[in-house]
Design a protein around this ligand. Structure first.
Ligand SMILES: Cc1cc2nc3c(=O)[nH]c(=O)nc-3n(C[C@H](O)[C@H](O)[C@H](O)COP(=O)(O)OP(=O)(O)OC[C@H]3O[C@@H](n4cnc5c(N)ncnc54)[C@H](O)[C@@H]3O)c2cc1C
Length: 399
């Protein structure tokens, strides 16, 4: 007798969602992915795939494709007021080392790779969100925003740090812990003076400007500044207000601020958010689970968000494949992954305040420390301190 395939609904088609879709399809589940945006979102900047995350990419067969789309960033440089390099850290040659990882790709490019890998076997529905969830004894009924209803065995939320559907299973909790800093991301034209370094300029007042190369012939810029509590930035704010506020904040920042602010007027996508982490005591409730940033965002400061998403999707699917009982699988997923997440969320001391000094004296001290850290001896002494813990996890074998 043929048994019906088990059905999973995944909400969010960025990194964690399509990665989970890949593994669940391979385990024989029928997979549907809904995404709030009308089409695949291709924005975003450089993200790193390190250690265990790289091993998952390898097992998915996409490591070479990711490498082919590498941003070719050669390392990180801290820049002084005259535009000179104060300290340089060349890109790591191994899986984990340094701020620039060897497997570095634009977020939108990785999302495209994972979408292309799964699109023929997975039902993607764009412009769709979950309105409500009704769990029963043997399944869960989902009502979508257009009023249609469908039943699934499992729902997984992969909606990123600011997930709204998460509120349906954990009402009244806000698990986002902000880091008192906001970052605006935008793409600007490349000029002949640009380099392939990730250039980091600390203006005073806790502000910083960074410029990074990409593989598409443009430059990825960020503007970061301190925020407190609920003040300031949110992705959903009115874009013209966001632009005006950034112009005011960075008018006297120096270095390439005038150029970035000028180009901001023409930038297609300005992505702005408060930097934060997600801390939850549990990542599932009944037949609903969380994966990626929605469950355990470590923040862009960690360099570990994408690695956690890839590893989380792999472990969640692996445990579901191993166990008939969904509850047991979801518990095992948490038990196995939690120590790795805790490690990744534990940011280097002084992050983000030390790298974003408030005063001229603070900037001089910061540059002094970076200069010492960039020396041959300094590099040996500090390597462990700034190395993201991407190897602190041994991937289980599920096949
Ligand atoms: C447009 C964009 C740009 C980014 N830029 C950077 C960057 O420059 N640097 C960096 O380090 N990280 C960036 N990130 C975050 C980075 O992608 C994640 O930290 C990491 O890769 C984990 O991915 P995720 O799939 O868990 O979550 P995310 O990448 O945050 O993706 C969540 C997905 O869920 C969708 N979604 C949200 N709410 C709903 C809903 N209610 N219903 C259905 N779908 C929903 C979103 O549209 C998005 O596609 C960006 C994310 C996005 C969406």
């Amino acid at each position: 007798m043929m048994t019906a395939r088990r059905r999973i609904l995944i909400s969010g088609a960025s990194i964690a969602g399509p990665a989970l879709a890949y593994w669940m399809n391979r385990s024989g589940w029928e997979v549907t992915v809904v995404e709030r945006a009308p089409e695949l979102r291709t924005g975003g900047q450089n993200i790193d795939i390190r250690g265990a995350g790289r091993e998952v990419a390898r097992r998915m067969g996409v490591e070479e494709e990711i490498r082919a789309r590498n941003t070719h960033e050669v390392g990180t440089q801290f820049i002084g007021t005259r535009g000179q390099a104060v300290a340089s850290f060349p890109a790591g040659r191994d899986d984990t080392g340094g701020a620039t990882a060897e497997l570095e790709i634009l977020r939108g490019e990785l999302s495209r790779v994972l979408f292309d890998l799964t699109k023929d076997h997975v039902a993607y529905r764009f412009g769709t969100t979950i309105r409500s969830l009704d769990e029963r004894r043997t399944d869960i009924q989902v009502t979508f925003d257009d009023g249609t209803e469908e039943r699934f065995d499992l729902v997984v939320i992969a909606e990123g740090m600011r997930s709204r559907t998460r509120r349906l299973i954990f009402p009244g909790t806000d698990p986002v812990v902000t880091k008192n800093m906001s970052t605006a991301y935008l793409t600007i034209p490349r000029t002949p003076d640009d380099t392939d370094w990730w250039r980091w300029y600390s203006a005073t007042g806790g502000r910083s400007i960074t410029l990074r190369p990409d593989n598409l012939g443009t430059i990825r810029a960020t503007l970061s500044y301190p925020t407190r509590g609920d003040e300031g930035a949110a992705t959903d704010d009115d874009p013209s207000r966001v632009r005006a506020a950034l112009r005011e904040r960075f008018a006297d920042a120096g270095w390439q601020a005038p150029r970035v602010l000028r180009e901001m007027a023409h930038a297609d996508e300005l992505y702005l958010d408060r930097v934060g982490q997600v801390h939850l005591d549990t990542w599932h409730h009944g037949r609903v689970a969380l994966v990626g940033d929605a469950a355990y965002c470590a923040s862009p400061l960690s360099g570990m968000g994408t690695t956690l998403s890839l590893v989380g999707a792999y472990v969640l699917a692996g445990e579901l494949g191993r166990s008939i009982d969904i509850e047991t699988a979801l518990q095992r997923y948490e038990e196995i992954l939690r120590p790795f997440v805790t490690c990744a969320q534990d940011l280097p001391p002084g992050t983000p305040r030390l790298a974003n000094p408030r005063s001229l004296a603070g900037r001089a001290v910061f540059h002094g420390v970076m200069r010492a850290a960039a020396s041959r001896v300094g590099r040996r002494l500090t390597a462990g301190l700034f190395r993201p813990p991407a190897d602190a996890f041994k991937l289980p074998d599920y096949e």
